[in-house]
Design a protein around this ligand. Structure first.
Ligand SMILES: [Zn+2]
Length: 219
């Protein structure tokens, strides 16, 4: 569903299994953020196409972090549709090391395809748009959040949710780093919508600021 001009949000709502929310930023360079689990891709593809978006046009699959419930379908985007897979440089190194273990733990094969583009903090040009990337460690060592000031949208992966924050008890997690990351995100101007990696969106400037107040209780 479209939540802002050029921004589409696909919340995962089933109580029966876990998957992440997916976001698409539409434009001359279409980016899918966190494509989720592979076996759920056909459902997601249907939802995307129902919004009159062509999955064949997606050129970049950007992963907020390397957990299997966010990246597993990246191989489909790459191998079937020719998209490039990207994550932060720090996260790609983590995935190549301890992060590999998440797949066997979840009974999954390590994905085919490759993270052929690594990203650092700073502006990222997407065709006619520029989004700002922020490193936000804590849930994982190299989690990325995306801020698109024009749309006043902040995409937070598993760093920050509606009234909750990301787990820090997985390998590579750090409660202290998560607190600092959320403090950093809270300073960003021009955020009227938080699109998190799980659960509902936070919509409206007042709700965004109330959400930062609410999650302070976790630290
Ligand atoms: Zn995660």
């Amino acid at each position: 569903m479209q939540v802002a001009p050029s921004v589409y949000f696909y919340p995962f709502t089933s109580m029966m299994e876990n998957n992440c929310n997916t976001i698409i930023i539409d434009g001359p360079e279409k980016v899918i953020i966190d494509p989720g689990h592979k076996h759920l891709w056909p459902d997601l593809k249907k939802a995307i196409e129902a919004d009159s978006l062509r999955v064949e046009d997606i050129s970049l699959a950007l992963h907020t972090h390397c957990h299997p419930d966010h990246i597993e379908a990246g191989e489909i985007l790459e191998l079937e549709y020719g998209a490039t897979q990207a994550m932060s440089t720090i996260e790609a190194e983590f995935l190549d090391g301890p992060g590999r273990e998440f797949f066997p733990w979840m009974g999954l094969d390590y994905p085919k395809g490759s993270i052929s583009r690594t990203l650092n903090e700073g502006p990222l040009g997407l065709g006619d748009k520029t989004v700002n990337l922020y490193l936000a460690p804590g849930h994982t060592p190299g989690s990325l959040c995306l801020h698109w000031p024009e749309a006043k949208v902040l995409i937070t992966g598993d760093v920050l949710f509606a009234h909750s924050v990301g787990r820090t008890d997985f390998p590579g997690g750090s409660h202290q780093d998560l607190a600092a990351s959320i403090e950093k995100l809270a300073q960003l101007p021009d955020v009227e919508m938080i699109l998190p990696g799980h659960g509902p969106a936070v919509i409206g400037a007042a709700k965004v600021s109330a959400n930062y107040q609410a999650v302070k209780a976790y630290f």
